[in-house]
Write a protein that binds this ligand. Structure first.
Ligand code: ACO
Length: 174
């Protein structure tokens, strides 16, 4: 079984100090929350995303190219993971990306995307911790609001996380 890899041995997407200590403190001792790492392809990152929607395996090279593309956009992508220390595998993921605006005095908005908790770990407050962490990051980098889209089924979950329903989503798929 793979041994747990500490943060100082990983290439991380962003500074781990941005993850609120209050969230780290609430996680069980066998779990660890940190920014996405360049090697998380090997820790089932894509497999965890597949509980949310279609997430085909892009292969290691394309995965790392996508990671590098996110990292090259400074202060924009905050994708984080929760890792099971026992086997060094990702069990929960989420992202907040930061949009810069011209209105509201050049304000910033945090967009929460791609929240997923592996099936066997659902119902243990990990989704809640991911949203707490992403919301904390969004607030600490100065966003005036944090928003997300979700299905009707997930509205109760996001209400538990302190979010409220506002307006409607429009979509046009290619
Ligand atoms: N309906 C009602 N209540 C819910 C639901 C639900 N669908 N899901 C969670 N809750 C409640 C829990 O009971 C818990 O309540 P409590 O505090 O009273 O005990 C609270 O919300 C927190 O739940 P968690 O245990 O943190 O939920 P979990 O870790 O299972 O994560 C998630 C929730 C992310 C929805 C998970 O079930 C999942 O990965 N689902 C499949 C993928 C998905 O739908 N992702 C969200 C897409 S939206 C987006 O990405 C912006």
């Amino acid at each position: 079984m793979p041994k747990f890899t500490p943060d100082n041995q990983l290439e991380l997407l962003f500074n781990p100090d941005l993850i609120p200590n209050s969230v780290k403190a609430e996680l069980p001792a066998d779990l660890h929350i940190r920014p996405l790492a360049r090697t998380d392809y090997h820790r089932a990152h894509i497999k965890v995303l597949s509980v949310l929607t279609s997430a085909p395996d892009p292969g290691l090279a394309a995965y790392q190219h996508a990671f590098d593309a996110q990292r090259s956009l400074a202060n924009t992508y905050y994708t984080l993971v929760i890792v099971n220390k026992a086997n060094d595998q990702v069990v929960a993921v989420g992202c907040v990306f930061i949009e810069r605006k011209f209105l509201r005095n050049l304000g910033k908005v945090g967009h929460i995307e791609d929240i997923a908790v592996s099936k066997d770990m659902q119902g243990k407050k990990l989704g809640f911790r991911v949203i707490q962490a992403l919301t904390g990051i969004s607030e600490s980098v100065g966003c005036y609001k944090t928003i997300l889209n979700c299905s009707d089924d997930n509205i109760p979950f996001y209400k538990k996380c302190g979010y409220e329903k506002k307006e409607n989503e429009m979509a046009k798929y290619n």
